[in-house]
Design a protein around this ligand. Structure first.
Ligand code: MN
Length: 217
């Protein structure tokens, strides 16, 4: 029996939007009248560097009206010989892709976020089918990451784990850097504001202050 899952349900459940400045995410999947003749829109790709209880990279691919999301602790490698663990987490709203700033302490994921890379992605074949089957081949066209990558889901003892483990692997192409997997990560600034995590954390403008007391717990 397939349980009906609310879009972004887990994302919304974890957050108090009167406290955090992260986007609340509107309804997903409702058809809106197109303003202009529909031109095939490019699918967003981005990576947020998130300094929470531990520093990690949040890898996000737009699909089906949401951002499919993976937490990549060690960050993406550009060496095809490296396999980086990517833990699938809950879908995020598309607007989340433009969020950088400070998530208040006590809130889910409390800490600092910068947009480390952004651009678009091109799935090879049917991405929804790929996600279901656990093998996704795609091209990234970001400012820092470019070229072919794949995500492969690892077998799990649980039948339907909430947060399945995947491997994020660079494919061999002209953008690969064998032997220098962390090459892309040497620049730890935001591609939007130019700020590092430390600079963002000090930025007073980035935090949203609540006068309504401590709604976090
Ligand atoms: Mn995160």
């Amino acid at each position: 029996m397939a349980a009906v899952r609310k879009p972004l349900g887990e994302y919304k459940r974890k957050r108090n939007f009167s406290v955090t400045a992260e986007p609340a995410g509107g309804p997903v999947g409702k058809s809106r009248p197109a303003k202009k003749a529909a031109r095939p829109r490019r699918l967003k790709y981005l990576i947020q560097l998130h300094d929470a209880s531990r520093l990690h990279f949040d890898f996000r691919l737009e699909l089906d009206g949401v951002l499919k999301s993976w937490a990549v602790t060690r960050g993406p490698s550009v060496d095809p010989a490296d396999r980086r663990l990517a833990v699938e987490v809950e879908d995020h709203p598309l607007e989340y892709g433009s969020f950088e700033g400070i998530i208040p302490k006590g809130q889910y994921g409390g800490g600092t976020v910068i947009i480390w890379d952004k651009g678009h992605w091109i799935p090879e074949g049917d991405a929804i089918e790929g996600l279901r089957k656990g093998k996704l081949d795609f091209e990234l066209r970001g400012k820092r990451l470019k070229g072919a990558f794949h995500l492969i889901r690892l077998p799990d003892r649980e039948k339907k784990p909430r947060h399945p483990n995947w491997l994020l692997i660079k494919s061999r192409d002209e953008h690969a850097r064998p032997g220098d997997g962390d090459a892309a990560m040497r620049d730890a600034t935001s591609v939007v504001s130019g700020k590092t995590i430390a600079q963002m954390a000090k930025s007073k403008a980035a935090i949203w202050h609540s006068n309504r007391g401590h709604a976090g717990s």
